[in-house]
Ligand binder design. Structure first.
Ligand SMILES: NC(=O)c1ccc[n+]([C@@H]2O[C@H](COP(=O)([O-])OP(=O)(O)OC[C@H]3O[C@@H](n4cnc5c(N)ncnc54)[C@H](OP(=O)(O)O)[C@@H]3O)[C@@H](O)[C@H]2O)c1
Length: 390
């Protein structure tokens, strides 16, 4: 029986993970759950799964949850310390890292330092502090299993092969809901349009990241740190159908890919059961019915955010953390309808241009760059919002 902690249990990845736990009660037990502010959903999860402890990032939300869960055995913690405590619970075997954004860095790193194996969906911490996370993982004998479908595909396509034989990692990108729009059309895109992902049902932030292709920029950085492969060997191809989840080319020109219908339960279950596979009640892939798979080169003019990912990786140090924080601020401003769609890339560009990177030698370096970039990007958002009103 594996004891599971889910950081971000109320989100899209978190609830899919709980689906798997519910389906295999003889294999898994949810011992710890965390959320940001969603009291109702966490209460429902406490009543269904009876975890030993839960934590909410928001103190006031945790207080409301305590009032609603009087008489239940679950311990309810709050704030960064609470999240850290749940992430390092002594009986936990595997921590599913599924908080959205940089907020996941501290609890995920704490789990690694406590020697917990990680199933990593939350890519932003790997972008902010990839070297630090991998150094800690090595130091504490921790394995980090990818959950992101592309990285799970790369991981599966590398199994049984030698890293030195790899020529290229090829990440596939769906292109998101706005792939066919002109730059002028992109300028006028609404939040509703940007949230209509063609293939995946995910949280709002990653859905907007898919629309800007920033998600792929973040994934290039994530792939670099997960697999220790230089950016020059990581490529991206737009594949509209999201059937091929990513590919690895070897020096004999053989290319190995992983395919499947787009459903996150497959990579989540693989990370939870590795190296075993469990039966999932999902439809089979029917290639004849799909008929055609399409591929395109990314368009860096309409979607500059992918290039920002490569650039941040090349500059190194605190630049990826700055890229990530500026993106988080800009995406939230777009979702709040304060800036337009193209304002996301502009905010990131201007924040990166203003940054003087330093090495990330400790957690504080990444967190310091994150705080600086949030303030800077906030100023840029204010100026863009003011210009739009004039
Ligand atoms: N969704 C996918 O299919 C998918 C695929 C690949 C990778 N990922 C990655 O997985 C991560 C989660 O994505 P998602 O789509 O599941 O996001 P989501 O649906 O928005 O869920 C985010 C989770 O994080 C919690 N949270 C938000 N802000 C927090 C904070 N400041 N402190 C602590 N917890 C906080 C949320 O709690 P509340 O509910 O209380 O707000 C929720 O449990 C992201 O890094 C994303 O890039 C997702």
């Amino acid at each position: 029986m594996k004891q599971i902690v889910i950081l971000g249990s109320t989100g899209s990845i978190g609830t899919s993970t709980l689906d798997i736990i519910a389906k295999f009660p003889d294999k898994f037990r949810a011992v710890g759950l965390t959320a940001g502010t969603n009291v109702e959903k966490l209460e429902e999860q406490i009543r269904t799964f009876s975890p030993a402890a839960v934590a909410m990032a928001d103190d006031a939300a945790a207080e409301r949850l305590r009032a609603r869960c009087k008489g239940l055995k679950t311990t309810i913690l709050s704030g960064t310390d609470g999240l850290r405590q749940v992430a390092t619970a002594p009986d936990a075997d595997l921590v599913i890292s599924a908080i959205v954004g940089g907020a996941g860095l501290v609890p995920t790193l704490a789990a690694i330092t406590a020697g917990k194996f990680i199933a990593l969906a939350n890519k932003e911490p790997m972008v902010m502090a990839g070297r630090l996370m991998q150094d800690e993982a090595r130091k504490h004998g921790v394995r980090i299993f990818p959950v992101d479908s592309e990285h799970s595909a790369l991981f599966q396509s590398m199994e049984g092969h030698r890293v030195e034989d790899i020529l290229r990692l090829i990440l596939t990108a769906s292109g998101g809901p706005l792939w066919n729009l002109t730059k002028e059309e992109l300028r006028r895109v609404t939040v509703e349009q940007a949230l209509k992902h063609p293939n995946w049902k995910m949280g709002d932030k990653i859905t907007i990241d898919s629309a800007t292709l920033m998600n792929k920029g973040l994934e290039v950085v994530e792939a670099h740190w997960l697999f220790d492969i230089p950016a020059s060997k990581i490529e991206v191809v737009v594949h509209r159908e999201s059937i091929i989840h990513s590919l690895v080319e070897y020096q004999d020109r053989s290319v190995i890919a992983q395919l499947g219908l787009p459903d996150m339960r497959t990579p989540i279950a693989y990370a939870m059961n590795y190296p075993a596979r469990v039966p999932l009640d999902l439809p089979s892939l029917n290639l004849a019915q799909i008929g055609t798979l399409t591929f395109f080169n990314p368009d860096h003019d309409r979607f500059p955010c992918l290039g920002f990912g490569y650039e941040a990786l090349q500059v190194g140090g605190t630049m990826p953390a700055v890229l990530n924080a500026a993106n988080e601020v800009a995406v939230q401003a777009f979702l709040d309808r304060r800036i337009g769609f193209l304002g996301i890339a502009e905010t990131i560009r201007r924040t990166m241009d203003a940054h003087k990177p330093v090495e990330v030698s400790a957690l504080e370096d990444a967190l310091g760059a994150d705080a600086w970039a949030r303030a800077k990007a906030g100023e840029i958002v204010e100026s863009l919002a003011a210009a739009a009103v004039r």
